[in-house]
Unconditional design. Structure first.
Length: 358
């Protein structure tokens, strides 16, 4: 069984506070605590989808896509395609479709995003081919901050291009919307089971995965590989760049305050809790260190997962949230990482017959 790393064995100085009052129940969480957290995060992030008039003006249907190339492999068909994202912007993807699937069968599917450096095809090598060979449909891709309208990217005004059209919309929240649209595309395919669609990402897209788990409805299970969970730098070391303009845009004005002002006193254990009871796996790459390295989770990140696991416990499903610290480093693959995400998906997003082929 996949289990959250023991909190008792972790450094305690950075542990976030519990989100629950004493003797909390599911009702306490759903009627009191959860709505307050959703309100705070929604105000800070701006929105999770465009307004109606923005959708009508800028967002095309993704029922149609442009097929660029098709290749046949022994276990799956690979289709290179473009999906419309905005009226003047399309995103590239690979669609991997298992061959020899039973007639009429509906298969599980996984949206798999790349990180900051490799392109959108890389998740086929990392995870996609393994999944497709075991009966999963896979849609590879990347975050819009890797290449947006007019050539804007994460280090060249991508947030400004986003605000021009949609107003206050933190890039991480836009990623939630884009991933949800990709899940909707998959759900319409006749060979995909809409109730068994997952998301997985590494580094950049592992950060996206935490927000997708918290705020996107279509995904039945989420895997986040080495996101560095804490929102803020740890006093003892370990940090990431969530506050950058291409993620949260920490200093962006919001009314009389800023995104950072609205999130003062808040942290990412709240996102993990908002995901409950959805199955969520977080894999750390620096489990050989107490506090992690830049952009990589060490053992201390277990404290964030353990606080959120208290909320999962209200649903009698603490095993659905797992944090696995490994010594594989800040990579998309490694012996411990691969074993963890494969077990997780085979359990929570099973393909017919896949459980016998770990």
């Amino acid at each position: 069984m996949i289990a959250v790393c023991s909190l008792s064995a972790q450094p305690q100085s950075t542990s976030p506070a519990s989100l629950l009052p004493p003797d909390a129940t599911v009702s306490t969480w759903e009627r009191q605590v959860r709505p307050q957290l959703l309100d705070t995060w929604t105000r800070a992030l701006g929105r999770f989808q465009p307004s109606l008039w923005q959708r009508l003006r800028y967002i095309p249907s993704n029922r149609r896509f442009r097929e660029i190339r098709r290749d046949e492999f022994p276990a799956y068909t690979r289709i290179e395609l473009e999906l419309p994202v905005e009226r003047d912007f399309a995103s590239p993807h690979l669609l991997l479709i298992p061959r020899n699937r039973p007639a009429g069968a509906r298969l599980p599917a996984v949206v798999a995003w790349t990180s900051t450096t490799p392109d959108w095809r890389e998740p086929e090598k990392w995870w996609g081919s393994w999944l497709a060979e075991r009966g999963y449909v896979v849609l590879t891709g990347w975050s819009f901050i890797r290449g947006y309208r007019g050539g804007a990217s994460y280090n060249s005004q991508v947030h400004e291009r986003l605000y021009e059209r949609f107003g206050h919309w933190a890039p991480l929240a836009r990623m939630v919307y884009d991933a949800s649209r990709e899940a909707e595309f998959l759900a319409r395919l006749p060979y995909v089971d809409p109730s068994r669609i997952g998301f997985m990402g590494f580094s950049l897209s592992a950060k996206s995965a935490l927000y997708i788990a918290a705020f996107s409805r279509p995904f039945a299970a989420v895997v986040s590989i080495d996101p560095f969970i804490p929102l803020h730098p740890l006093p003892e070391g370990g940090q990431s760049n969530y506050k950058s303009t291409w993620y949260l845009d920490w200093d962006h004005p919001v009314g009389q305050t800023t995104t950072g002002g609205l999130l003062a006193g808040h942290d990412h254990h709240e996102l993990l809790a908002l995901a409950a009871p959805r199955p969520l796996l977080i894999i750390g790459g620096s489990g050989d260190t107490p506090f992690g390295r830049a952009h990589s989770d060490g053992r201390a990140s277990a404290a964030w997962a353990s606080r959120a696991r208290e909320v999962y416990g209200l649903y009698n499903s603490p095993e659905r949230l797992a944090f696995i610290p490994t010594s594989d480093g800040h990579h998309a693959n490694g012996p411990e990482m691969d074993a963890a995400w494969r077990r997780f998906l085979l359990r929570w997003l099973p393909a017919q017959g896949a459980a016998a082929q770990p």
